[in-house]
Ligand binder design. Structure first.
Ligand code: ATP
Ligand code: MG
Length: 264
């Protein structure tokens, strides 16, 4: 597999991670809460502060209904907090118009979901190329960058397969390539291994870790402690209360490989 360069979808966004001990935050939430008005009103996210930097590998772990997806939607600027502020690249999102916020989201944040949400009539390369729609990139270049993204996730041999002709793990790799084709600063994944068997899920976790090693902050929501154990930062959430225990060891029996080779 080709080593990513500055022209590939997975080039690091910042060299700060290797040249500075404290990379600039790409995503911050300060005093964020979420309350649904009801009646009765329901606070599903209590006051939360988080700072996520380039290359961070973050797992958000908690039981069903604890507020994981709520937090992720706010981190991804898909939903507004009831109080507090969200900053992307140091910029308060609330100050942006809906149009500018949407543009910022599509440039800086990639999303991956449990159900891969691929277009069934499109090939793998066409699905990934949709990640570049409205980006100003010409059609032929969109396809080339989509093919490069698929190569980087180890799917160069499946470019023209449609979703029904791909395994579950391969479909999730296509979805990850689609999320990364714009070279976002942050990749947000909600239960990305939830529809996969254990071995396939482990390969996806390793792929996500490799992406973080190249500079993209990766935030993964999971209710699976085993999945979370492979991420350097583990944030816990229960009944809307977010806590981050002191640094914990990554599972030693499955070391995270560094660099581009992780993506194959
Ligand atoms: N629009 C809404 N109005 C009222 N309550 C809501 C709304 N959306 C979500 N909730 C509640 O917020 C809580 C947190 O939901 P959330 O989807 O964030 O949980 P989760 O941790 O992602 O759960 P799961 O693991 O099942 O996906 C739940 O109790 C849910 O019922
Ligand atoms: Mg959820």
């Amino acid at each position: 597999m080709k080593t990513p360069t500055s022209s590939t979808p997975f080039s690091p966004h910042s060299t700060a991670r290797t040249t500075s001990p404290s990379p600039a935050p790409v995503l911050e939430v300060r005093g964020v809460t979420k309350t649904y008005p009801g009646p009765p009103s329901l606070t599903v996210l209590q006051a939360t502060d988080l700072t996520i930097a380039s290359g961070d590998q973050v797992a958000v772990v908690g039981p069903s209904g604890s507020g994981k997806s709520t937090l992720l939607s706010i981190l991804g600027t898909l939903d507004n907090p009831s109080t507090g502020e969200v900053l992307v690249d140091g910029r308060p999102v609330a100050e942006l118009s809906e149009r500018k916020r949407s543009a910022l989201r599509s440039q800086r944040i990639g999303f991956v979901f449990q159900q891969f949400h691929l277009l069934p009539t499109h090939t793998a390369v066409e699905n990934v190329a949709t990640g570049l729609l409205y980006s100003g990139v010409r059609h032929t270049l969109r396809r080339r960058r989509a093919a490069e993204a698929l190569e980087a996730v180890g799917l160069s041999h499946r470019l023209t397969h449609r979703p029904t002709e791909l395994s579950g793990g391969e479909q999730q790799r296509v979805a990850i390539a689609r999320a990364l084709v714009r070279n976002p600063g942050i990749l947000i994944a909600d239960e990305p291994t939830g529809a996969l068997d254990t071995a396939t899920g482990a390969a996806i976790v390793e792929l996500l870790s490799g992406i973080a090693a190249l500079g993209t902050a990766v935030v993964v929501v999971t209710h699976d402690e085993e999945v979370a154990s492979h991420f350097a930062r583990r944030i816990r959430i229960r009944d809307g209360v977010v806590t981050e225990p002191a640094a914990q060891a990554i599972r030693p029996n499955k070391p995270l490989r560094q660099g581009a080779s992780c993506l194959a």
